[in-house]
Structure formats: structure tokens, C-alpha cells
Design a protein around this ligand. Structure first.
Ligand SMILES: Cc1cc2nc3c(=O)[nH]c(=O)nc-3n(C[C@H](O)[C@H](O)[C@H](O)COP(=O)(O)OP(=O)(O)OC[C@H]3O[C@@H](n4cnc5c(N)ncnc54)[C@H](O)[C@@H]3O)c2cc1C
Length: 494
């Protein structure tokens, strides 16, 4: 089927040419998601409004063997929504309704394109909220959160997306509609909902999602602590958890990250010479929150904290949180480009791993800021680079992969919450054997038999190991020549 035939069939399914983009100039905005280092133009973008329309589109594409992928808000940071194979992108942004809230049983049903933060805003009047809070929560969709098993600052105490989704309606890659999970109680049989969550759009398209909502805690206190040395901040994190306190959130920013946010609209006034700031939040019953706040302040003092404060007003608390949540975007103030990495380590290895990241920064000549969910051991090194310098993008990507290797070497993982996508697909070899990857491919084939739904994401094909090694040797050779000749003296220090 040629391009225009496909476009007219898609238009016929949706009943309007307003809901099918296919001209070159219309497709630029869909060339990548938040991972901008790799791009691919889709064949077309369609905007269904119901589960039945999604199913009809998928049936058509499956029948015609046309590759496709689902897309939420496109804030993903690992390239999951990027069209590598000339796919038809199925955008869920028009499926953006809050369908039902059951306050008695604390459940809400949303369409996949519903924005995460909107849920909390719409149920706040009933003293309820939705716990998973990615820093992108004002833009990202709950469908995208489901696919990435998104995390966020408050996931330390409350758990990530998978702990908050109880059921989902899904259009399988063959076009059939399935209902997974159970609104109340545990679902019987295999945990197919668990399999769908975090499958990065490779097993189906969620079209209706039932989530758990929570009552707002009685009290909340937010603590900011400034440390001269990053290892003192890291040790504070371990000791707070070691003392039996599970804060609602425990976030860290290093010096470069603080410099970036202080240049943005979220100026806090961090002293220029401190190495780390911790943002710690406790919530729960009034008395417990007061006692835990005192205990945390004491622990900070035992670790040579330069200054520690408890937020006195809602405005101050909001500013501290904005400074943290806008930190990725603020990197644009200090670097033309940056790559957000996402690895996990055991909390006790924070000091060691941050030191190794610093070494990688010095040896590569690329500045690396760190802003992360310290309580979860979930790191976000932000690798600064300049895409206009030849090979610097590739260098930043290799630095990212080196950092992930360090995370795996200390017993961690290559992603905490941003997914594998295309960015980390080859890093999967750090964690899994060929046999383990084959088992995962076999599972995918059950749901996605023609491999049309988001092909080339998440699981590397067997035998890719040798190819990848060859490609990375070639890139390293180019980089070495480049660093020695034109750019060797341009290393930045932190
Ligand atoms: C500034 C910034 C801060 C961020 N902070 C965090 C953070 O703190 N925690 C965190 O976890 N992430 C964070 N992210 C990453 C990103 O926001 C999350 O991964 C989010 O879940 C992606 O949602 P989305 O709607 O943008 O999905 P998209 O980027 O559109 O898609 C992501 C993946 O989900 C698939 N997908 C989308 N919708 C569906 C669906 N309905 N059914 C099946 N598959 C689907 C896509 O195919 C793709 O593979 C951040 C991103 C940015 C830009």
C-alpha cells in the first residue's frame, strides 16, 4: 500500500483528515521525544479519541504490516516514542479525560492522555491526590507513566507507578481489546498488568487506566540542608534511612545543578561553594512528622551540615520543590545541550559512585551535574555537551553508557524510571545474558507476533552484542583521534 492509500484508509477509520498528519512539515514535531540525540520521522501521526478507534487503527496497521507506536506527551527521556522504522505514531493526546472517581474506594479511571498533575489537581477538593510525581508531571501522561513505570520524588515512600495502577484496558498489537488487572482485590492468573507496566509501548496500547488515589497526609514538613562536601550529604541520606525513617522524598543536587537552577527563574540562593543540597520531605500524622523532622535535622548536624532549615511557608516549600523539579530544564542556562542519564545504585554506594562520575567527567572533559532521587539510589547525571562540536554528542552518549556500567558494577541497574527505549538498548547487555534476553523476546512475540508495535525498543535482538562492540570500537577510535587533535585541551573541570 502506498503512502496516500494508507493515509486515506487511516482517515476513513477516524472519519476526519484533521486527525491524520502526514505532510513532511507536520511531522517534524514528532521526530523524537525528550531524548533528542536520535531522531526518526514517522510515516504519519493519528489522533484517535476512543478505545475502539485505537483498535480499528491497530487492526488496519497489523493487517497491512505497517509498523506503529503509541505516544503520550513525548516527554520520555530514552527515545521510546521515537519512530525508528517509519512508523505510524498513534498519539493518545486527545484521549485526555478523567472518566470516573470513586472516593469511597479511592480509585480513579483516566484515559491514557490524561496529564499526571491534572489528576491531583482535580481531586484535591476531596483531600485526595495521585502519588507518583515525575518532575515532568505537569506535562507527561498517565499512559506514558504506565509504559515507563515512571517514578518521581515521592516514590521513595509511596512506590512507583506500578504500585498505583490496578487495572487497564489495552489494545493489543493485533488490534484485540483486553482488560488486565482488577479494580478491587487481586487479579487471578498471570500478572499481565504487571507485564504491561514498564513494557515501554511494546506489548500494547493502554486506552483506559484505573489508578489508586490516596488521602492527603495530615502534615508535611520540608527540610533543606546544605553541605560543604558531597560525601557528608550522601552519608546523611544513608543514616536517615538507617534510623528507620522513610521520608516521603529525599532529593540531592550537586554544585553544578545548583548553579544552573540559581540562574533560572527558581533562584534559591545556594552558596556557591557548597557541594550538595538535600531536600527532604516527611509526611504523616502531625506528631510523627514533628518528631521525624527534629530527628532528621539532628542527623544533618551530625554530618557537618553548613545550614539546615525547615520550610516556614507554603511559598518557600513550593520554591524549593520548583528548584529541584525544574533542574533538568535549567541546565540549558549553563550548557547548549545535555543528556539526562538515569541509573540506580545501592544507597550505600552513593559516595563511591559520585566520585567515579566525577572521574569520568574529568577524563572525558564533559561537565556532569547530578540531581537525583537520593533516597531511592536513583541517579540522574546530566551530561553537558555541545552538539555543534563534531563527535561531542557521541562522546556524551558514551559517557552516559560508562556511567551506567559503573552503576551495574556496584550492584545497581541501568534505569530507575526513564526506561531503556533506544538510548540504553545496548546497555541491556551489562545486566542480562543472551539467554535472558531471548526469553524476554519470546514474551514480546506472544503479544506482538509481527513485532510491528514499537519495534527496536527495550530488548536488543540476539547477536547485537558483537555488532555493538564493533560500532563502539569505531566510535572510540574516531573520538580518540578527535580528542588528541582538535579538542584535547578543552577539558572542563568541575
Ligand atoms: C524535565 C523532565 C523531567 C522528568 N522527570 C521524570 C521523573 O522524575 N520520573 C520519571 O519517571 N520520568 C521523568 N521524566 C521522563 C518522562 O516524563 C516519563 O518517562 C513519562 O512517563 C513519559 O510520559 P509521556 O506521556 O511523555 O510518554 P511518551 O514520551 O510519549 O512515551 C513514553 C513511552 O511510553 C509509550 N506510551 C505512551 N503512551 C502509551 C500508552 N497509552 N500505552 C502504551 N504505551 C504508551 C511510548 O511508546 C514510549 O515508549 C522526565 C522528563 C522530563 C522531560
Amino acid at each position: 500500500m502506498n503512502h496516500m492509500q494508507l493515509v486515506s484508509k487511516l482517515t476513513a477509520v477516524l472519519g476526519s483528515n484533521q486527525r491524520v498528519l502526514h505532510k513532511e512539515n507536520e511531522l517534524y514535531a514528532y521526530e523524537c521525544d525528550g531524548y533528542v540525540a536520535q531522531r526518526g520521522r514517522p510515516r504519519a501521526v493519528v489522533f484517535p479519541e476512543t478505545t475502539e478507534e485505537v483498535a480499528a487503527i491497530v487492526q488496519l496497521l497489523h493487517r497491512e504490516k505497517v509498523p506503529f507506536l503509541p505516544r503520550g506527551a513525548g516527554t520520555g527521556l530514552s527515545g521510546g516514542a521515537t519512530a525508528l522504522n517509519n512508523e505510524v505514531v498513534i498519539s493518545l493526546v486527545r484521549m485526555n479525560q478523567l472518566l470516573h472517581v470513586d472516593y469511597d474506594n479511592m480509585r480513579a479511571v483516566v484515559q491514557p492522555g490524561f496529564i499526571n498533575l491534572q489528576l491531583t489537581k482535580q481531586i484535591a477538593k476531596e483531600n485526595a491526590y495521585y502519588a507518583p510525581d515525575p518532575s515532568s508531571q505537569s506535562a507527561c501522561t498517565i499512559g506514558g507513566n504506565l509504559a515507563e513505570n515512571a517514578g518521581g520524588s515521592h516514590c521513595l515512600k509511596y512506590g512507583v507507578t506500578t504500585n498505583h495502577i490496578v487495572a487497564a484496558k489495552v489494545v493489543l498489537p493485533t488490534g484485540e481489546i483486553a482488560e488486565l488487572g482488577a479494580t478491587y482485590g487481586d487479579a487471578l492468573g498471570y500478572d499481565l498488568l504487571g507485564l504491561l507496566i514498564g513494557s515501554e509501548g511494546t506489548l500494547g496500547i493502554a486506552t483506559e487506566i484505573t489508578v489508586r488515589i490516596l488521602r492527603k497526609p495530615q502534615a508535611v514538613k520540608t527540610i533543606m540542608a546544605w553541605f560543604d562536601r558531597v560525601d557528608e550529604a550522601s552519608d546523611t541520606v544513608s543514616q536517615v534511612i538507617g534510623a528507620g525513617i522513610i521520608p516521603a522524598a529525599m532529593e540531592m543536587m550537586d554544585q553544578l545543578a545548583m548553579q544552573a537552577v540559581d540562574k533560572s527563574n527558581y533562584h534559591v540562593g545556594y552558596p556557591a561553594d557548597i557541594e550538595a543540597a538535600l531536600l527532604i520531605e516527611v509526611d504523616g500524622l502531625v506528631e510523627a512528622v514533628a518528631a521525624e523532622t527534629d530527628q532528621i535535622v539532628d542527623i544533618c548536624k551530625q554530618h557537618q551540615v553548613r545550614a539546615v532549615r525547615v520550610a516556614e511557608t507554603d511559598a518557600q516549600r513550593a520554591l524549593w520543590w520548583s528548584s529541584r523539579k525544574m533542574a533538568f530544564g535549567a541546565m540549558g542556562r549553563i550548557s547548549p545541550n545535555y543528556l539526562v542519564q538515569d541509573g540506580v545504585i545501592p544507597r550505600t554506594k552513593l559516595t563511591e559512585v559520585l566520585a567515579r562520575i566525577r572521574e569520568i567527567s574529568v577524563s572525558s572533559g564533559l561537565r556532569i551535574a547530578n540531581v537525583f532521587h537520593a533516597g531511592d539510589g536513583n541517579l540522574h547525571p546530566l551530561i553537558c555537551y555541545d552538539a555543534s562540536i563534531p563527535f561531542e554528542t557521541e562522546k556524551a552518549m558514551m559517557v552516559g553508557s560508562d556511567i551506567l556500567k559503573v552503576c551495574v558494577d556496584v550492584g545497581g541497574s541501568i534505569t530507575g524510571e526513564h526506561g531503556v527505549g533506544i538510548e540504553k538498548i545496548n546497555d541491556m547487555h551489562y545486566l542480562f545474558t543472551e539467554a535472558e534476553l531471548k526469553a524476554q523476546i519470546a514474551v514480546r512475540a506472544v503479544f506482538n507476533p509481527e513485532d510491528l508495535c514499537n519495534s527496536g525498543k527495550l530488548i536488543p535482538k540476539p547477536g547485537r552484542c558483537a555488532e555493538v562492540k564493533r560500532a563502539s570500537t569505531m566510535i572510540s577510535q574516531h573520538l580518540e583521534t578527535y580528542i588528541k587533535t582538535s579538542h584535547g585541551s578543552n577539558s572542563h573541570s568541575m
